[in-house]
Design a protein around this ligand. Structure first.
Ligand code: PHE
Ligand code: ZN
Length: 896
């Protein structure tokens, strides 16, 4: 939001508020353009100091507010007793005794296009208060360390607003005498910060269910959505109940209110929001069925429903002291939802998907100008810190903590955390301290993961001495320089490993010579197959290793690092076939593909023709055929590293067109050699004829699509259109997953019939916004320089709207973040298109605009021509006079 002066907020400046606000009574007279909000706040001085003559002024946050009236203990204030600007309320001399401050403001939900605070979406009143949206509703200490008990009354015409919801339990409702209006009063007994406040009112359909908690408490569950979409909420309801049970079983956490409601809205800046007892969701994470959601959508709904539900304990019951601690709730809750999904589905498949996501989103962030520590120490705009680093790297830290401490130590630390801090607003230090105390471990060095930005690089070299039967490992870590220019200390890096013997089994060893510094904990970890790399360099010699072994390190991706191991291609082929760790089998094949693409890139860039090792094509076929793995795993193993991942590895003077060409060439090569085998392997694993979204059937479908991809690639390499199968599938598909997969291939591989298919798809789904989003996204991702024109034309399509975040993300962000060849057109037109879109959008919705601006974060990797164009587009943007703090912050940091 645009705020005066956009000062930098620093962690070191944290201090508690002078006053506490113990209860908040809110009264909403809902009206589309003139909603009246009356807030009655019970205020008291935190630490009354009798010696002090006067209390310090009470200063509350506001954002664009219109003050109507203000009272202290029922008395109207005179003009010289306070000052109210749109962005701040100051009570000059508050009373000494606790008092009630009553503030009346008027707000305009209908014209709230930023979608922060109270806004209307398709006629439904909704709130979004994280991080600093509550101040757009009333003046308040809008910060997470001020916890209050809320009672919310709202009133509106019954017609048009039959449903009225807020946090907590409904305690009263009924008609407003002598009118066509009605009211409802909700009370939330749990003290909470303002960012967890929520209100929803409108004409909504709903489904209901019940959950009985472990201790026998009955909880009424509701999911609310647009009328007519109720049936599409069934899967979300099922996921919710499974989440509630799982949190009891795995973390010992029970739900605590009589009701738990979820509302799906179609205009929402983010994914979803964990407001206490009333989660508000972007409807794309609630609504799914076979005809309108893909297998991926089902998995996302399950994961996001779980995520928001899990926040009830990690976020709501225990919240953050200040916004620097955002990862306290987000990293931990992502970790929890990942664990949940792993238990619901296949653990290795979930892990691989998460690592692909980490490499796609977090590693580039950590390597670029927007890099920041998981627990930052300064920000200009907190909205810009809902990042992959805070969320995903934050989750990796929790995962490592569990690995380092062991399952029991981790659980003991979590239990202590819940017990000690329930009802509190705490810091990362408080969190870590619980684990240190519960296990007696010193976690000082481990904590550096929170404080040092950048992805560590670990190098490994190894030698085997046959005579002495010793295997030596030399490990080193290197921490990259990041924009803060801070000197870096070595981190504690947990490396899961095994020594893979000739027959594929892990070899044992008799003892280990290593640095004394390994200590008890380090030795104990080795016994669990874990190296705790704590120094800059470390040598370990394993004695009594009876045969030559290949070290398989970073199993399960035990730490978010780049690993450079001295493994030969032969070693990697061996691991891809033999490693007992599923993750590292996938990773070995990926490493080989990365090597092939990187060397192919160099060859193409210097005018040669790329050639590849036939063994690679054979290894792909072998994995496709290997029924020891489930189809979902095999589908993932068949996917090549993304263009973005390759660009990051090249790291300098990147030409995205050549990256694309090389990757296509490798796909063609594998296709030519192995498509038949891959296609046959997929045919042996068909999904059930009737659609079912379960992980097994989803995996079978994914394997089929992966096979199509190689069939098409092979056809291309031979100069034939192999699209017949895909076109037929598009026409006969009985579910969206298959129809969309076919459409994607037709469009992205530019096959005959692609535009007819696009038209048919549009026709079929013209009244379904969430599926239309996919129609836009498919086109935004079509490789090649011509796509920009199509995207520009699509912004003129009547179905497109700059007002709906999902639509903007699906077309514009997909183009900027998911289409390297098109966005990085050599003439720079892609950059200017995006910069203009950002500037326009910034006027109505700064949060969405600043999210688009992050598409530029890797521009410095590009070859000089594109780099110059990108920089010019960024500078032009930076020069605009009225940029929001949100966008200005991203643009300035990106330019560095
Ligand atoms: N706290 C939300 C989540 O991760 C994300 C969010 C942030 C939503 C800010 C809206 C605004 O669960
Ligand atoms: Zn969250």
């Amino acid at each position: 939001m645009q705020r005066e002066g956009a000062a930098v907020v620093r962690l070191e400046d944290y201090r508690p508020t002078d006053y506490a606000i113990d209860t908040v009574d809110l009264d909403f007279r809902l009206d589309p353009t003139a909603t009246q909000v009356t807030a009655s706040l019970a205020v008291r001085r935190r630490e009354p100091s009798p010696t002090q003559a006067e209390n310090p002024p009470l200063i509350l946050d506001g954002d664009g507010l219109k003050l109507k009236q203000v009272f202290v203990d029922g008395r109207t204030l005179s003009a010289d007793e306070y000052e109210a600007t749109p962005n701040r309320f100051t009570l000059h001399t508050p009373p000494h005794e606790p008092f009630t401050l009553k503030i009346v403001t008027e707000i305009d939900p209908e014209n709230n296009t930023a979608l922060m605070g109270l806004y209307r979406s398709s006629g439904v009143y909704t709130t979004q208060c994280e991080a600093e949206g509550f101040r757009r509703i009333t003046y308040f200490y809008d910060r997470p360390d001020v916890l209050a008990v809320y009672t919310v009354r709202m009133e509106a015409p019954r017609a048009g607003t039959p449903v009225m919801l807020s946090n907590g339990n409904l305690i009263q409702s009924g008609p407003v005498d002598g009118s066509d209006r009605h009211y409802a009063v909700w009370h939330d007994p749990f003290p909470k910060p303002s960012y967890l406040f929520a209100l929803v009112a409108g004409d909504l359909g709903s489904i209901h269910d019940e959950f009985v908690t472990a201790s026998g408490r009955r909880v009424r569950l509701g999911i609310f959505c647009e009328h007519g979409k109720e049936e599409r909420c069934r899967y979300a309801m099922d996921a919710l109940k499974r989440s509630m049970r799982w949190d009891e079983e795995v973390f010992g956490r029970e739900y605590d209110l009589d009701v738990f409601n979820i509302v799906a809205v179609s205009d929402f800046n983010m994914g979803a929001m964990e407001n206490k007892g009333l989660n508000v969701f972007n409807d794309k994470y609630v609504l799914v069925d076979a005809e309108t959601g893909t297998d991926m959508d089902y998995a996302h709904v399950e994961g996001v429903i779980a995520h928001e539900y899990f926040h009830n304990w990690t976020g709501d019951r225990i919240t953050c002291r200040d916004w620097f601690q955002l990862c306290l709730k987000e990293g931990l809750t992502v970790f929890r939802d990942q664990e949940f999904s792993s238990d619901m589905r296949s653990r290795p498949v979930k892990r691989i998907s998460d690592v692909i996501g980490l490499r796609q989103a977090q590693f580039p962030e950590d390597a670029g100008p927007l890099a920041h520590p998981v627990r930052p120490t300064a920000y200009r705009e907190i909205n810009n810190f809902y990042t992959a680093t805070v969320y995903e790297k934050g989750a990796e830290i929790c995962r490592m903590l569990k690995l380092v401490l062991g399952d029991e130590g981790f659980r003991a630390g979590m239990d202590l955390y819940f017990e000690r801090h329930d009802g509190g607003a705490v810091t990362i230090e408080d969190f870590i301290e619980c684990f240190a105390e519960a296990t007696g471990r010193d976690l000082t060095q481990f904590s550096l993961w929170y404080h040092q930005a950048g992805t560590p690089k670990v190098t490994l070299s190894h030698t085997y001495d046959e005579k002495a039967e010793t295997l030596s490992l030399s490990l080193a870590q290197e921490l990259p320089r990041t924009p803060d220019n801070k000197p870096k200390e070595p981190q504690l890096i947990p490396l899961s490993f095994g020594l893979v013997g000739p027959d594929g089994q892990d070899l044992s060893w008799e003892d280990v010579d290593g640095p004394a510094a390994l200590g008890e904990a380090g030795k104990d970890a080795l016994g669990r197959g874990l190296i705790l790399l704590s120094d800059k360099e470390m040598n370990l010699t394993f004695r009594g290793v009876r045969a030559e072994a290949v070290p398989s390190v970073l199993r399960g991706f035990s730490a978010p690092v780049h690993l450079e191991a001295d493994l030969t291609d032969d070693d990697l082929f061996f691991l891809a076939r033999q490693d007992t760790d599923a993750f590292n089998r996938w990773e070995a094949l990926q490493s080989l593909a990365r090597r092939a693409i990187l060397s192919g890139y160099q060859t193409l860039a210097s005018g040669g023709a790329a050639s590849f090792d036939p063994r690679l094509a054979a290894a792909f076929a072998e994995l496709a055929e290997n029924t020891d793995f489930d189809p979902a795993f095999r589908a993932l193993a068949l996917a090549l590293p993304s263009e973005n991942e390759i660009a990051q590895l090249i790291a300098k003077d990147v030409d995205p067109d050549i990256v694309y060409e090389t990757r296509q060439a490798l796909a063609g090569f594998i296709g030519e050699k192995s498509a038949e085998r891959i296609v046959e392997a997929a045919k042996r694993e068909p999904a059930m004829p009737a659609y079912s979204p379960d992980a097994d059937n989803a995996g079978r479908r994914a394997l089929t699509f992966a096979a199509w991809r190689y069939q098409i690639a092979a056809g291309k390499a031979r100069g034939q259109d192999e699209g017949t199968q895909v076109r037929r599938s598009f026409e006969t598909a009985t579910n969206l997953t298959e129809r969309l997969a076919a459409l994607r291939l037709l469009v992205h591989e530019n096959l005959t019939g692609s535009s007819a298919a696009l038209d048919a798809f549009f026709e079929r789904y013209s009244d379904n916004p969430l599926v239309l989003d996919k129609w836009f996204a498919v086109q935004a991702m079509q490789p090649g320089h011509e796509t920009l024109k199509k995207v520009e034309a699509l912004t003129q399509n009547p179905a497109f709207s700059w007002k709906t975040p999902n639509r903007v993300y699906s077309l514009v962000r997909t183009f900027g973040a998911g289409n390297p060849t098109a966005f990085n057109r050599p003439d720079g037109a892609g950059y200017h298109f995006l910069a203009n879109a950002i500037a326009d959008l910034d006027k109505s919705n700064p949060s969405v605009a600043s999210r688009l601006a992050t598409c530029f974060r890797s521009y410095r990797l590009l070859e000089p021509g594109r780099r110059t164009h990108a920089e010019a587009a960024l500078r032009a943007l930076a020069d605009r006079p009225d940029l929001s703090t949100d966008v200005a912050d991203i643009v300035i940091r990106t330019l560095g």
